[in-house]
Design a binder for this molecule. Structure first.
Ligand SMILES: [Fe+2]
Ligand SMILES: [Fe+2]
Length: 151
């Protein structure tokens, strides 16, 4: 891969992740503040999750455009299997969100307690961050390997 291709592809994905992470931080703060209050706000949480869904649907589409992690895998094909697993998670995350949104916006909301809803929201954010972190690691490793083999 040429230096100019590296510059075009590598920072683009990391910049995109930084942008997504910034927005996830806001959702995370919102969740912590609201859940600490202990007042059930199922509908509001449903609206927030719809916003996350939109953010993620756009983000996943960006990642898959032109082949998921294609430039990283071209120099580090040993990550191909892991990349397949990660790509499958895109659909799973969106399905999970769709289910959560339906349960939050049903009347009454389909959660035993507000704490349960908060816990599920938090668990979702944790899984999502693990996914993003795993992608960063693949891209970073591929980039370092490529830089290491460049003359
Ligand atoms: Fe992803
Ligand atoms: Fe990502």
């Amino acid at each position: 891969m040429s230096a100019s291709t590296q510059e075009a592809v590598h920072p683009a994905l990391l910049d995109e992740h930084a942008r997504v992470e910034h927005q996830l931080d806001e959702f995370s703060r919102w969740r912590a503040d609201l859940c600490q209050l202990g007042q059930p706000r199922f509908g509001e949480m449903g609206v927030r999750l719809q916003q996350i869904r939109q953010l993620l649907a756009d983000h996943f589409a960006t990642e898959e455009e032109g082949g998921y992690l294609a430039s990283a895998l071209s120099v580090a094909p040993q990550f191909a299997r892991r990349a397949e697993e990660l790509q499958l998670q895109h659909r799973e995350f969106l399905q999970q969100l769709d289910e959560l949104i339906v349960r939050l916006t049903s009347s009454p909301a389909q959660f035993p307690t507000w704490s349960d809803a908060c816990r599920e929201f938090e668990a979702f954010l944790v899984s999502l961050r693990e996914h993003e972190h795993a992608e960063n690691e693949i891209v970073q490793s591929a980039f370092e390997r490529d830089a290491g083999t460049a003359d």
